[in-house]
Design a protein around this ligand. Structure first.
Ligand SMILES: [Zn+2]
Length: 293
């Protein structure tokens, strides 16, 4: 499958692209209304959210490199306001790739660990590229804007990377989860950027318990879902970790454990392999290595 080959190359470059959406949508940016003044723009990498306020547009994630014009074109179909702020949910190239396409001045906001991870990326090494690194960071929680436009950023620990943010549009009851929750299936754990298969379920369930007033979720790479789906994904990862720990305690190899997980039937629709990007076997192997540390 050609797409898998391309994906392998991109993963090697640190650009983890979408496998959660049909290919056709990956080649075209499209804007969809979520609620009131909030939109999602699909295609070109991770889902981009756009909140339209009186003073300007807040964008969450900027897709793969070269998609800035496509994002701006879609935003122009709903408002003439400038983009005043970009929030990056995490460091991956399919979520920060087009930061550099947005006209200055634009404020960039991310978790402090994501800033550290982004500083290692080629795109942010040059003088002009460095302007698109986060200028505002936080450790556990940050509130941006106010009133109907209040945005709360939350970080509950390591998961997909070391610097995952959940972006909550407070008045709308909508959360953009980045790739902490990208799809219903085994997640990609980016150990090189501080991701952790052992912490992942704890992080998700702490978020599910700690964030209230959200009913709608924009996942990193899937159509809009519910907060109940987010919690279920946390429970899936908890049950996955428990099964892997059990297999290890029984002396099985990580591959044997991955092949005999016996997860509850309610996860039957979860995708357990995404080609070379990630699989149950990959994650079991990563968890084994982490438990051995
Ligand atoms: Zn990612």
């Amino acid at each position: 499958m050609k797409r898998i080959t391309i994906l392998t190359t991109l993963v090697g470059l640190g650009l983890v692209t979408s496998m959660g959406r049909p290919v056709a949508q990956g080649n075209l940016a499209e804007i969809e209304h979520v609620k009131d003044n909030l939109y999602v723009i699909t295609g070109g990498g991770g889902n981009t959210a756009a909140l339209v306020t009186d003073s300007g547009v807040v964008v969450v994630d900027t897709k793969n490199p070269g998609w800035g014009d496509a994002i701006l074109t879609q935003i122009r179909t709903v408002t003439d306001k400038p983009v005043q702020m970009i929030i990056n949910t995490h460091t991956h190239g399919d979520h920060v790739g087009s930061n550099i396409d947005f006209p200055q001045p634009v404020e960039i906001v991310a978790h402090t660990n994501t800033k550290t991870n982004m500083e290692r990326m080629e795109a942010f090494q040059s003088t002009s590229g460095r302007q698109y690194l986060p200028s505002q960071t936080y450790q556990e929680r940050l509130t941006l804007l106010d009133g109907d436009n209040q945005i709360d950023l939350y970080h509950f620990g390591a998961g997909h990377t070391s610097g995952d943010s959940i972006v909550v549009f407070r008045a709308l009851g909508v959360a953009h989860t980045g790739d902490l929750f990208a799809w219903k299936g085994v997640p990609y754990i980016d150990v090189g950027n501080g991701g952790s298969g052992v912490s992942y379920p704890k992080t998700l369930l702490a978020a599910a318990d700690g964030i209230s007033g959200v009913d709608t979720v924009i996942p990193g790479h899937s159509p809009v879902m519910t907060w109940a789906d987010f919690r279920e994904f946390g429970e899936f990862n908890r049950d996955f970790l428990t099964a892997v720990e059990r297999g290890k305690a029984e002396g099985k190899s990580s591959a044997e454990t991955a092949a005999s997980l016996n997860l509850p039937a309610r996860y039957a629709n979860y995708v357990m392999s995404r080609g070379t990007l990630t699989s149950a076997a990959d994650n079991a192997e990563k968890i084994y290595a982490e438990l051995d540390q």
